[in-house]
Every structure is written in C-alpha cells, then in structure tokens.
Ligand binder design. Structure first.
Ligand code: HEC
Ligand code: HEC
Length: 170
C-alpha cells in the first residue's frame, strides 16, 4: 500500500512538471522564450529599433556586438563601460546557447560553431521560418525590413513568436 502511494506521488509530480515545461513558462523548457528584462537594456537598446530578446542570438554573437557598439550597423551606439558591461551580462546570461526553450535551441543549432552572426534575420533558422514571405512584403512601409520582427509578431519583445500571434500588416 505504502509503495503504491509513493508511486502515485511520483507520477503526479512528473505529470505536473511536463505540463509546466509544455506551457513554456518562465521556468524554461517550453517553446516560448522567458520574458526576461533589464532596465538598462530596455533603455539603451530600444531607441533605434525594437528590443531584440537575448534568446535570439548565442553568447558569441552578443559578445561580438557589444564589443563593437561604436560601429553598430553604421551607427554609433557606444555606451559607458559600466552600462555596456551590465547589458552584456544580461544578454549573455539569457543567450540562445544558455536557454533551454525550443526556439532558442534551434536558433543556436542553426548557427555554425565558428560563426557569430550579428543579425538574427540572417540565421538559417530565421530564413527557414520565413521562406514563404517575399522580399517585397518585408519592404512594405508598415514593416520596413525583416529585422522589424514586432511589425508581425506582437509579442516579439517578450520573446513570444507563437503562431497565434502572427499578423502580417498591409
Ligand atoms: C543609434 C541607434 C542604435 C542603437 C542605440 C542600437 N542599435 Fe541595434 N541596430 C541599429 C541599426 C541601424 C540596425 C540595423 C537595422 C536594420 O537593418 O533594419 C541595428 C540592428 C541590430 C540587430 C540586428 C537585427 C537583425 O536581426 O537584423 C541587433 C540584434 C541589434 N541591433 C541589437 C542592439 C542592442 C543589443 C543594442 C543595445 C546595446 C542596440 N542594438 C542599440 C541601430 C541601433
Ligand atoms: C513580415 C512579417 C514578419 C516579420 C517582419 C518577421 N516574421 Fe517571423 N514569422 C512570420 C510568419 C508569417 C511566420 C509563420 C507563422 C506560422 O505559420 O508558423 C513566422 C514565423 C516565425 C517563427 C516560427 C514560429 C513557429 O512556431 O514556427 C519565429 C521564431 C519567428 N518568426 C521569429 C521572427 C523574428 C526573430 C523576427 C525578426 C528578426 C521575425 N520573425 C520577423 C512573419 C514575420
């Protein structure tokens, strides 16, 4: 009788753990990225474009980007060293190769180990997920470029790219 009860408790805890993982909550393991945030990142990395979730690129990409902010896609996005280091730590801690959600893992797997791309929109994962969208669509006034995820994915800044939240604007 006693061991039967222990068995039941075990089964119940396994079931609730996988339900939690499937829901993709802040505990990770699901398909959505955790809604992580940092005040300095939010203030400094959203003045020119949307906030790119740290789970979209691996540590080596963020390291390279944060080491060259004076030449950031043709812009000078330099920061004082303390701010830069805090944002780098935040990005690295939550980077695609450190996260256990499915999307971050797949982005990471689509990038060769010796490559450190600075553009999410040029990773193999991205191109494979958007191969049905024509270049003309990305250039629409309401969108601008493939880099403007939030034009089509409402939850992009929170790391939510679920199909139910995708809407391509006219
Ligand atoms: C002074 C303006 C400016 C600031 C500040 C800035 N960026 Fe950018 N960033 C750009 C421009 C311009 C691009 C290229 C956008 C495009 O091609 O549509 C870009 C592109 C990017 C991309 C590539 C998007 C893609 O997939 O193509 C990432 C990632 C990025 N920035 C991260 C950051 C982070 C992290 C910070 C904060 C440390 C930051 N940016 C601050 C101007 C800025
Ligand atoms: C022009 C609109 C548009 C833009 C801009 C865009 N996407 Fe998408 N994205 C889509 C559509 C449409 C799909 C396919 C949805 C589906 O049917 O699964 C998709 C699929 C995805 C998926 C896969 C979802 C899944 O569960 O299979 C991810 C992840 C994603 N996009 C991330 C991004 C990121 C990151 C950016 C910016 C760097 C971005 N997207 C920019 C329209 C867009």
């Amino acid at each position: 009788m006693k061991s039967w009860m222990q068995f039941l408790v075990l089964i119940t805890s396994i079931t609730s753990t996988s339900a939690l993982l499937a829901s993709g909550g802040a505990e990770g393991g699901g398909s959505q990225m955790s809604p992580v945030t940092n005040a300095k990142w939010k203030a400094e990395c959203s003045s020119c474009h949307m906030l790119y979730h740290p789970g979209l690129l691996p540590e080596r990409s963020w390291g390279k980007m944060m080491g060259g902010l004076d030449k950031h896609f043709g812009e000078n996005a330099s920061l004082d060293p303390a701010t830069r280091d805090e944002i780098t730590r935040f990005l690295v801690t939550n980077s695609a190769d450190k996260s256990d959600n499915r999307r971050s893992s797949r982005i990471n797997q689509s990038i060769p180990a010796n490559a450190a791309p600075l553009r999410i929109s040029e990773t193999r994962y991205f191109t494979s997920k958007h191969d049905e969208i024509s270049p003309v669509t990305f250039k629409r006034k309401s969108i601008g470029s493939a880099a403007n995820c939030i034009a089509c994915h409402q939850g992009a800044e929170k790391g939510n790219f679920s199909e139910s939240q995708v809407k391509i604007p006219r």
